[in-house]
Design a protein around this ligand. Structure first.
Ligand code: HEC
Length: 154
């Protein structure tokens, strides 16, 4: 009984070895394109920014306590379900720009307020978030990319 078990175990091991060998051979095959053909550069996939998943949480943690129903500073409400309507294609109250001009970060007042370049585009007041440190670079890039991508309600 014990012997048989050992034999089976040995067989099992050799099966594994064979399989391992096959995998090894498969992965050793030369990977690149045949000689003479140009190598296709590796693609960097930049994931799309989601308004609901990426942008709204930024407002939720850094802006909503000043920009909400009943206390919507400068008439801007970034509460859940309200931010998109309060931002996209809506004229800014402080400048001649739109708050968010889809596809056009340079003409989106929101981004200038967050970068602190709002005075240079004819705006007023302080850099946002008021009273706090500026948003981290990551968040600024997400907002910029989202606007660049056409400010989808995704
Ligand atoms: C402590 C309160 C406070 C916080 C926090 C705050 N804001 Fe403001 N926000 C204001 C006030 C007050 C104004 C009007 C005066 C000014 O612009 O300085 C304003 C104005 C704005 C405007 C201009 C709106 C327009 O119509 O021109 C934008 C855009 C804005 N805030 C975005 C944000 C964003 C985005 C955040 C979060 C990252 C944020 N704010 C955080 C108080 C705040």
């Amino acid at each position: 009984m014990l012997l048989k078990a050992r034999k089976l175990a040995r067989q099992g091991v050799s099966v594994l070895l064979i399989l391992g060998g096959l995998v090894g051979v498969a992965s050793c095959r030369p990977g690149g394109p045949p000689k003479g053909q140009p190598e296709v550069p590796e693609m960097t996939v930049i994931p799309a920014v989601s308004f609901v998943q990426d942008i709204q949480p930024i407002f939720g943690s850094r802006c909503v306590f000043c920009h909400q129903t009943g206390a919507s500073q400068a008439g801007l409400n970034v509460g859940l379900g309200l931010a998109y309507k309060s931002l996209v294609k809506v004229p800014s109250t402080e400048s001649r720009l739109l708050r968010v001009a889809p596809g056009d970060p340079e003409n989106s007042y929101l981004l200038h307020k967050l970068l602190g370049t709002h005075l240079q585009v004819g705006g007023q007041g302080e850099q946002m978030p008021l009273g706090g440190p500026p948003l981290p670079k990551d968040d600024l890039e997400k907002i910029q990319k989202w606007i660049q991508d056409g400010a989808p309600e995704n």
